[in-house]
Design a binder for this molecule. Structure first.
Ligand SMILES: Cc1ncc(COP(=O)(O)O)c(C=O)c1O
Length: 466
């Protein structure tokens, strides 16, 4: 039967067999919890959170097939059955001859960056994810983002706002910095850039430029299935391909990949590096064995490997992806109806709220995005993260914002297969309550800020409080 005939819009394509109760707190309890957390939602206990939209990474629900596979997993130190199941599946999905397992994506970044980068070198990306940029910088190299110009218009419906700026890439590679560029990293989908997809045409052109300059073209493919789904929907010529075939075409284009399997692997942990180059793979493998684990488990248990071998199949299933897109669209529509603008068009792994516009009475120095994220928790126990001046702004030595981030956003990340439509309705209702009287919010100020990856450990106080 054709997919369109079988598809039921906006219905979870699974039923629930094991349930986890949701914590419901009073407003006073939430206020006390947030205060104890230093007004940083990363410090909250999950037992104090009603709907957790902090991350879509490692937060999904597994399937009965994954759990059945985990039950018969093999925990041998070397060459386990689980490893062979995993590596055959990943080789079939990606086509890379060298697959190096890692415990999560950033371990893969650390190992690959150690081999390719170093002081004076440059890594170019459509947008480096935060830990990705941190790993580049830890080698002494520079992480340079070249997002396409369309990404700057949050309200336009341009279909591929995750693309890299090809003109800027060409200029950089042939300019004075060209010889220092050691890597071009394409993040699909572009998480730091609003969860927007990258077109196949953009990947092909970027690859061609890299090949011309002899520079490795690498995919950060944490959301390979979701990018493939959006290519299928939005890029002419790909309508009849399956998401798995489109993902494979993307992997085919690249010299290698780093993949966190905590997203489109439906795993609670795990990841891998995929490479074509034998010498590079040997160099990375030595680092892998020294720091992650032997090359047939790389920091993962046999249970993880077996679950992931199943998970990567399920995450490119067109019915699953159609449901995921419907859920994201539905939440975005409800949120906009409530009077809160979102970054358009909506991607799949999260809805990005334009907090700067909703709380336009607050300057970046009072962190409108963070204020909205805190209010979602205070009013409804919804946890989510800021992507604005708290995360990206430049501070002076009194921890005041001197250069704001370009936008004040809040990301409602969507864990895979965890929340139902009524949970999403609840989130939209809580937002609608805030949108009805946004001017009552006064903002926050920083009381302590660590020098790197600030948003994880920063502490704040309500603006005006002693
Ligand atoms: C685009 C992207 N790359 C890399 C990572 C890092 O992966 P991990 O959390 O598995 O270390 C993430 C995590 O969210 C991500 O979104």
């Amino acid at each position: 039967m054709h997919m369109e005939e079988r598809r039921v819009p906006m219905m979870e394509p699974f039923r629930i067999r094991a349930v986890e109760p949701i914590p419901i707190l009073t407003r006073a309890e939430r206020r006390a919890a947030l205060e104890a957390a230093g007004y940083n939602v990363f410090n909250l206990r999950s037992a104090d959170v009603t709907i957790d939209l902090l991350s879509d990474s490692g937060t999904g629900a597994t399937s009965i097939q994954q759990e059945a596979a985990a039950m018969v997993a093999d925990e041998a130190y070397a060459g386990s059955r689980s490893w062979y199941r995993f590596v055959e599946e990943i080789e079939d999905l990606t086509g890379y001859p060298h697959i190096l397992p890692v415990h999560q994506g950033r371990a893969g970044e650390r190992i690959l960056d150690a081999a390719l980068l170093g002081p004076g070198k440059i890594s170019i990306s459509n947008t480096h994810f935060d830990t990705t940029a941190a790993n580049v910088m830890l080698t002494g190299a520079e992480a340079r983002n070249l997002p396409c110009p369309e990404a700057a218009d949050l309200d336009s419906d341009q279909p591929f706002k995750g693309n890299i700026d090809l003109d800027a890439l060409a200029r950089t590679l042939s300019g004075p910095d060209g010889s220092r560029v050691a890597l071009v990293l394409m993040t699909i989908t572009n998480n730091g850039g609003g969860g927007q997809p990258v077109s196949m045409a953009n990947m092909e052109a970027a690859k061609e430029l890299c090949a011309r300059h002899g520079i490795p073209f690498i995919l950060d493919a944490a959301r390979f299935g979701e990018n493939a789904w959006l290519v299928k929907q939005r890029e002419p010529g790909y309508e009849r391909f399956t998401p798995r075939e489109i993902a494979r075409r993307a992997f085919d284009l690249a010299d290698g990949t780093v993949v966190s399997l905590k997203k489109d692997g439906a795993g609670w942990g795990g990841g891998f590096i995929g490479l074509r180059d034998d010498a590079l793979a040997t160099q990375c493998e030595a680092n892998l064995i020294a720091t992650e684990g032997f090359s047939t488990y790389g920091g993962m248990t046999g249970h993880d490997l077996s679950r992931l071998a199943e998970g990567v199949r399920e995450m490119v299933d067109p019915f699953y992806l159609a449901y995921r897109a419907d859920a994201a669209d539905h939440l975005a529509t409800r949120v906009r109806e409530a009077g809160v603008d979102t970054v358009r068009p909506s991607g799949l792994h999260g809805i990005y709220l334009n907090a700067g516009r909703l709380l336009s009475h607050l300057p970046p120095q009072r962190f409108p995005g963070h204020t909205l994220a805190c209010q979602l928790y205070l009013d409804g126990g919804v946890r989510c993260s800021e992507l604005g001046s708290l995360y990206l702004g430049e501070l002076n030595d009194r921890n005041e914002v001197v250069t704001p981030a370009p936008y004040e956003l809040v990301r409602l990340a969507l864990p895979r297969r965890v929340y139902t439509q009524s949970h999403l309705e609840y989130v939209a209702d809580v937002l609608a309550g805030i949108a009805a009287k946004p001017e009552s919010l006064e903002g926050y100020r920083i009381t302590h800020a660590p020098p790197v990856l600030r948003h994880f450990k920063v502490r704040l106080a309500p603006y005006g409080a002693a």
